[in-house]
Every structure is written in C-alpha cells, then in structure tokens.
Design a protein around this ligand. Sequence first.
Ligand code: NAX
Length: 328
Amino acid sequence: LLPPLKVAVTGAAGQIGYALVMRIASGEMLGKDQLVELSLIETEAGMSPLRGVMMELEDGAFPLLSKVTATTDLQEGFGDASFAMLVGATPRGKGMERSDLLSANAKIFADQGKALNETAAVNAKVLVVGNPANTNALVASENAPDMWPEQFIAMTRLDQSRAKALVAEKAGVPVKDVDRVIIWGNHSATQYPDLSHARIGGKWAKSILKDDKWIKEDFIPRVQKRGAEIINAKGSSSAASAASAAIDAIRDLHQGSDEEWLSNAIVSDGSYGVTKGIWYSVPTVCNGDSHYRRVQRLPIDEFSAKMMTRTEMELIEERDSVRHLLPG
Ligand code: NAX
C-alpha cells in the first residue's frame, strides 16, 4: 500500500460532504492501493453533525482510511493536504441578491485560499464545488500567490455527466458509448453544453441524433437547469451525483483518463478568445499525476461562439462584483 495522502474536505457534514467522504474512504477516488487521511473542515455549527459523520466513517471500517480529523481551523485542516475539496459554502438565503451571495462566498474562499497558500502541500490540487464555483476558485487562487492558478479547478464534471446521460438516453445507448461532450463556461444556467464534437460509439453524435431542434430546445436548457429539476422533484439539491462527479474529477486527475475529454473549469489563458484570468470550463485531458492539458484548436461555429461568449460575460460580471476582495 502507498503511504497516506491527505485529503481535506470543507463542508464535510453537508449533504454532498456526507456522500463524498464515504467514497474517498473506500478508495474509489485515489485508488485501491492508496492509503488516505481525511481532514474534515466545518463551521462551529457543523461540528456536531460532523462528529456523527466521523462515527460513521469509523463504523465503515475502511481498510484504506488511515486517519480522520475534524477542525474549524483552516491552517490545521489544509496542512500538508495533497487534495482540497472545497464543498462548504454559504447557501443563497431568502431575499439575498446574487451579488450578496458572491460577496459572502468570496470572503470564505479568500480565507481558504490564504490558508491553502500557507499550509497545503506544494503540489496540492484544489477542487471547488461550493457555488458560485468558478468565481470562488478565482478568489481562492488570487489569495494564494505562491500556488499556480492551474492548481485550482472549479467543478463542471457534474454538468458534463448530466449532458452525457441525456445524450445516451436519447440515442438509446449505454452512457459509456458517449464521449467528447463539452461544458463551456460557468457552472450556472448560462453554461454551454456543446455536442458539436460529441461522439456516440465513435461516430459523430450530430449525424446519429439528426435533431438540431432537440439539441437547442431540449438538451441545452435541460442540462443548464438540471439542478432546479432535481430540487423540484426531491425537495433538496443534488448531492450523491455531485459527490460522484467530484470523485470522478479527482480520480481522473490523479490516475489519468487516457485521451477522454473531461470538462473542468480552469484559469483561462486566452484560448478560444476567452478573457484571461477567469475560471472557464473547457475540455481537458488528464495524464495522471495531477497533470492536465486543455484540448486546443477545436473549430467553433457561430452558434457555439455566441453561447460561449454569453457565459463568459456572466463570469466577467461575477469577477467584477468580487474585485474589492481580490488582492492587488
Ligand atoms: P449543505 O448545505 O448540505 O452543506 C454545506 C456544508 O458546508 C454545511 O455543513 C455547512 O456547515 C458547511 N459550511 C458552510 N460554510 C463553511 C465554511 N466556511 N467552511 C467549512 N464548512 C462550511 O450543501 P450541499 O448540498 O452539500 O452543497 C454544497 C455546495 O455545493 C453548495 O454551494 C452547492 O451550491 C454546491 N453544488 C455545486 C455543484 C457543482 O456541480 N459544482 C452541484 C451540487 C451543489 O449544488
């Protein structure tokens, strides 16, 4: 067995955290030969439920779980962590404007960025799940000047999985036959789920689906609003699927995923004409050992360009509304 890697999880007593930590402990994320140490971070109010989660982790008797700690202290929680999964966030309260939500979370993620900068392992990878995820990742990274911005990823893997599943259902094929589905931009209702390059069983999906109307009028809005669809049915937001996507995202980063295209919101370097410095979801290829690269030079048609710009504009607005919390 490999010596333990420390994984820090914020919001560990929340609904996503609860589903997530069990699966990390079982070895589904870092591999069946990798010992793992869990560092669970919560608010004061979250400490009591977190104790219950810790008892359940104990009762799971996971052979790969070498240690579990709980804290409200960020420096302690992130100390020497190889992975930080930032799930905890302030939910949108009644009467709260979007800008209030952005500022409330920007404060949280600024503190977390500072603590990661000071204490996390030098090559730590940070996955931001808590919303607004893209801009929270930007804030955390800007507050971590000694870390590379590429170490921070905001999660759009759930959106990609949702999109893949819808295509598979429509085509009547297993989900594994669908690939190269892309999520561009923000993890929000402006995201652009793009099937221009998607394949079904290795063939161009658009030539199999032959239904542009379905793509534009059903598929795109359904993926964009899938979160709300789940809340309406279940009475609470998606949790197990979000945890599953977070596991998939880190697993593929750590263990590699061949040439599969995986959507991740990463810092823009200007590729595809996207404003530099915002966290924008693009297709990436993960080579393992926490290295990834952006899939480059894909042809972009007029419709896609319009959709990609729309979600970019929202991210620029979000960045501008938290600018006062960014250093420099
Ligand atoms: P819950 O409200 O169930 O849990 C959040 C937990 O975080 C709570 O236990 C709370 O005490 C804790 N918390 C709050 N602020 C904290 C802080 N500063 N430090 C440490 N812990 C803190 O929410 P849950 O359903 O688990 O969702 C968590 C976040 O994921 C939300 O922001 C949600 O919007 C976001 N989501 C992101 C998704 C994505 O694809 N990127 C999809 C699912 C989900 O909606």
